[in-house]
Write a protein that binds this ligand. Structure first.
Ligand code: IVH
Length: 667
C-alpha cells in the first residue's frame, strides 16, 4: 500500500472503530460482531505501527492502554468541583424548595431529577471535539490527571460525533464499576489471595488510580455524564445541554426527569428507591437540580456546594435471609470475629453469602440463633452486617449459638479482657493467623512498607521460609525463586524492598513490631522519649507510665512484649538485620499541622476507621471532641452522617470536610 493509501485507510479505520465503539458501549446496539471489531482494530494497530508519524492520541487503538508506570500530575480545575448538600427526608427536600422560592419569588422553577451515581466523579475536557484531559475531583480545587486511564473506558468518546459541540467545554460525570464486573473482579482477587474491594465505588476509584493503563483497559469501567460546563454551551439550561451532549456521543443517563413540584420530585425518588435494585450499578440517591442557568446563577453557591442543587440520599438497602452457620475468624491480634454463613441473597446488586456478627455480645443482644431469618445491610466494610432478625419467622429448628471457647486455629483456650467486647486467642507467637498477621502488619505501608501481597506472606510462612518478621531480612533471591509465585524480576523487587525498609525511621519500626496497644501515635511518643529499642526493652512499667499519655495498659503490654522469650529471639534477628533501632536527631520534632484545631468525626469512612482518624488528629496536634459546638473548627464527615449533626454545623457555619480533604491537611 502506498503511504497515501495507508493514511486514508488509517483514517477510515479510526472512524469506523469510533462508530462501532459508540454503537456497542453507549447505545448497546452493536452492528458488527466482536470478532469483526477485533479484526479492524488489529489492522489499525498494524498500520499505525508502520506509520509512527501518523500517531493520534485519540485513536481507538489508544484504548488498550500501555505499560508505562504513570505518576498522576495534579491539575487545577477550571471550574471548582463542588459537592452537594445531602437531604434524607421529604421535609428536607421541601425546605430546599422553599429556600429557592424565597430567593426567587414569583418565578416558575423547573427541576431536573437524576440518579445519584455511586462512583468516582470525573471532569472531561474536550477541545475541537477531542478528549484532551480527564481529572478526578481531588479536593475540589485540583485533582489527578488520569487521562490515559480514562481513555481506556469505552463508553467515553475520544472523538465527538456531529459538529454542533462547542469548541471547548468540560463535561462531568461518574465513573462506575458495574455489578457483574465487580463480582468477577473480587472473585479473581480472592483466588489470587489479594485483598477484596469493599464495594464497586472503591473498585472504580482503585482502578482509576492504577499506574498501568493497560491493566485499567481490562476492567469494565463505565461512565455516565451529568453536567456540562463551558462559556459557549448551546442552551441556557441544564437538561437541554445534557440532551445535546447525548447527540455528541456521550452516555447521558436515560433516567432523568423534569419536575415542577416537591410531590413530583418525590414520585421520582420513591420510584427509584425500590427500582434501584434492578439497576446493574450502584446509586445512593437522587440529585435534584434547578434547570435554568439564569436561576442557577441567581441562587449561587455556599462555600461547599451550589444552592441550586441538592442530593437526596437513600437509606441503606436491607435484605432478609436465613442464617445457616457461624464461622470464627482469628485476626492478626488474635481477636475472634464471628462471621455468619447465609443463604445467598441479592443485596444492592451483589450476592451476599457472609455477614459480620462482630462479637458474642452482639449475638446475645440481637438474640440471633442458627436457622433464624436475619436482616443484612451493607455498611462501608467488605462484608455486610446483620442488623436484626425476623422473630415471626422463627421455627422449632432455631438453635442457640454455642460461642466457641477454644481458638479454631490452634486450640488454645480463648480469653476475654475486662471491658473488651471480643474474645482473644492469647497464643500470639504460635497461632498461625497471628504469625502471618504480624508479618503483614510489619510489612504494611505505614510500617516497614515492604511490597509483598498477603498471598506472598502466606506462601513464605507455609513453605517454612520465614517464621517471624526477623526472618525476612535473611531471605535470599534463591529462596524466593524456589517458589512458584516468583520470577527473576519479582524476586529482585521483593529483596530490594526488604533492603529499602532498613531506612524506615525508628518510630515506624517500633509501630511495625505490632506490640498490642502500640499504634502509630503511641509508638512515636515512646520512640521520641526513650530513643532506642535497647532503652525501651529495659524500661520498667513505672518508667513507661511517666511518659505523657502512656498509661498502665500500654506500659504493661510493652513490658510483657519484651519479657516474651519468643519475641526476644525475633529481636535478636532484627538487631543484626540493619533496620533502624534508634531515633535520629531530626525525627525528634513532633508534627503539629493540626495544632489548635478541634474536630468532630461523624459517619463512616473509606480509608481509615474512626479510631484511626482520631489517632491521626492527636498525632498531628489537633483535638477531637464528640459533639459540635461553637469551638469546633471542622466536621470530618463520612458516609451516612446524621441529619441533625449536619443541621447543627450549618447553623454554626462550621466547614464540613471529607476524608480526602483531611488527608490533604496532614500530608
Ligand atoms: S451534579 C454542582 N449529578 O455526587 C453539581 N453529581 O455530592 C455537581 N454525583 O461530586 C454535581 N450523581 O460525584 C451531580 N447526577 C448527578 C450525580 C452527581 C452522582 C456525585 C458527584 C458529586 C457528588 C455530589
Amino acid at each position: 500500500m502506498s503511504k497515501d493509501k495507508e493514511k486514508s485507510r488509517i483514517e477510515q479505520l479510526r472512524n469506523l472503530l469510533h462508530h462501532h465503539n459508540y454503537q456497542y458501549y453507549v447505545l448497546a446496539q452493536p452492528e458488527i460482531s466482536d470478532f469483526e471489531y477485533d479484526q479492524l482494530l488489529k489492522e489499525l494497530i498494524e498500520l499505525e505501527d508502520n506509520n509512527p508519524d501518523l500517531f493520534d492520541p485519540n485513536s481507538p487503538s489508544q484504548r488498550v492502554g500501555n505499560d508505562i508506570n504513570e505518576e498522576f500530575n495534579q491539575v487545577k480545575h477550571k471550574y471548582p468541583m463542588l459537592s452537594l448538600g445531602n437531604t434524607y427526608s421529604k421535609e428536607e427536600v421541601g425546605e430546599f424548595e422553599s429556600r429557592i422560592k424565597k430567593s426567587l419569588p414569583d418565578t416558575d422553577i423547573e427541576y431536573v431529577c437524576e440518579l445519584k451515581y455511586d462512583g468516582v466523579a470525573i471532569g472531561l475536557t474536550y477541545k475541537d471535539g477531542l478528549l484532551t484531559q480527564a481529572v478526578t475531583r481531588g479536593d475540589g480545587v485540583q485533582g489527578d490527571d488520569v487521562t490515559n486511564n480514562v481513555k481506556t473506558i469505552k463508553s467515553i468518546p475520544l472523538k465527538l460525533k456531529s459538529e454542533s459541540y462547542p469548541d471547548e467545554f468540560e463535561i462531568r460525570g461518574e465513573i462506575l464499576y458495574p455489578h457483574d464486573g465487580f463480582e468477577r473482579l473480587n472473585k479473581d482477587r480472592e483466588a489470587n489471595g489479594e485483598p477484596l474491594f469493599a464495594n464497586p465505588r472503591n473498585a472504580a476509584s482503585g482502578t482509576l488510580k492504577m499506574k498501568k493503563s493497560s491493566v485499567v483497559a481490562k476492567r469494565p469501567l463505565d461512565c455516565f455524564l451529568y453536567f456540562v460546563l463551558g462559556e459557549t454551551l448551546p442552551f441556557k439550561s441544564h437538561y437541554e445541554n445534557l440532551t445535546a451532549a447525548k447527540s455528541w456521543g456521550f452516555k447521558v443517563p436515560e433516567h432523568i426527569k423534569k419536575c415542577n413540584s416537591v410531590d413530583e420530585i418525590f414520585d421520582f425518588i420513591n420510584y427509584w428507591d425500590t427500582e434501584r435494585q434492578n439497576l446493574p450499578f450502584d446509586i445512593d440517591g437522587v440529585v435534584i437540580k434547578v434547570n435554568s442557568h439564569k436561576q442557577q446563577k441567581d441562587l449561587g453557591f455556599t462555600a461547599k456546594s451550589p444552592r441550586w442543587a441538592i442530593s437526596y440520599k437513600f437509606q441503606a438497602e436491607q435484605a432478609k435471609t436465613k442464617l445457616l452457620s457461624i464461622d470464627y475468624q482469628v485476626g492478626r491480634t488474635g481477636a475472634i470475629t464471628p462471621v455468619a454463613n447465609l443463604e445467598p441473597v441479592l443485596l444492592a446488586g451483589t450476592t451476599v453469602k457472609r455477614a459480620s456478627l462482630h462479637n458474642s455480645d452482639q449475638i446475645e443482644l440481637l438474640d440471633i440463633r442458627i436457622n433464624d431469618f436475619v436482616y443484612v445491610e451493607k455498611g462501608g466494610e467488605i462484608i455486610p452486617k446483620i442488623v436484626g432478625i425476623d422473630k415471626d419467622l422463627r421455627t422449632a429448628q432455631s438453635k442457640a449459638v454455642d460461642y466457641i471457647i477454644k481458638c479454631p486455629e490452634c486450640n488454645t483456650e480463648l480469653i476475654r479482657v475486662e471491658g473488651e467486647a471480643k474474645h482473644y486467642c492469647p497464643n500470639d507467637t504460635g497461632c498461625p493467623p497471628q504469625i502471618k498477621g504480624r508479618i503483614e502488619h510489619f510489612i504494611s505501608r505505614r510500617a516497614m512498607n515492604i511490597g509483598a501481597a498477603e498471598a506472598t506472606v502466606e506462601t513464605l510462612v507455609d513453605k517454612g521460609l520465614i517464621h517471624d518478621i526477623g526472618d525476612l531480612y535473611f531471605l535470599t533471591k534463591e529462596d524466593l525463586l524456589s517458589l512458584e509465585r516468583f520470577a527473576e524480576k519479582s524476586a529482585s523487587n521483593l529483596i530490594d524492598s526488604i533492603q529499602k525498609s532498613t531506612e524506615v525511621p525508628f518510630p515506624r519500626v517500633l509501630y511495625a513490631l505490632g506490640i498490642r496497644f502500640v499504634g502509630e501515635t503511641v509508638a512515636k511518643t515512646i520512640a521520641v522519649e526513650l530513643k532506642s529499642l535497647e532503652k525501651i526493652q529495659q524500661a520498667s512499667i513505672d518508667q513507661l507510665t511517666e511518659i505523657h499519655e502512656i498509661g498502665e495498659r500500654i506500659a504493661s503490654s510493652v513490658v510483657a512484649f519484651f519479657n516474651n522469650e519468643i519475641n526476644l529471639k525475633v529481636i535478636d534477628k532484627l538487631k543484626i538485620s540493619g533496620i533502624q533501632l534508634e531515633i535520629q536527631e531530626d525525627e525528634l520534632q513532633v508534627e503539629n499541622k493540626l495544632e489548635g484545631k478541634t474536630f468532630v468525626i461523624s459517619g463512616t469512612f473509606e480509608k481509615y476507621s474512626r479510631d484511626e482518624l482520631k489517632e491521626l488528629i492527636t498525632k498531628f496536634g489537633g483535638k477531637n471532641t464528640g459533639s459540635i459546638s461553637a469551638k469546633t473548627n471542622y466536621l470530618l464527615a463520612g458516609e451516612n452522617i446524621g441529619p441533625s449533626k449536619l443541621d447543627k454545623v450549618k447553623k454554626l457555619n462550621i466547614p464540613i470536610i471529607s476524608e480526602e480533604d483531611f488527608i490533604q491537611m496532614i500530608e
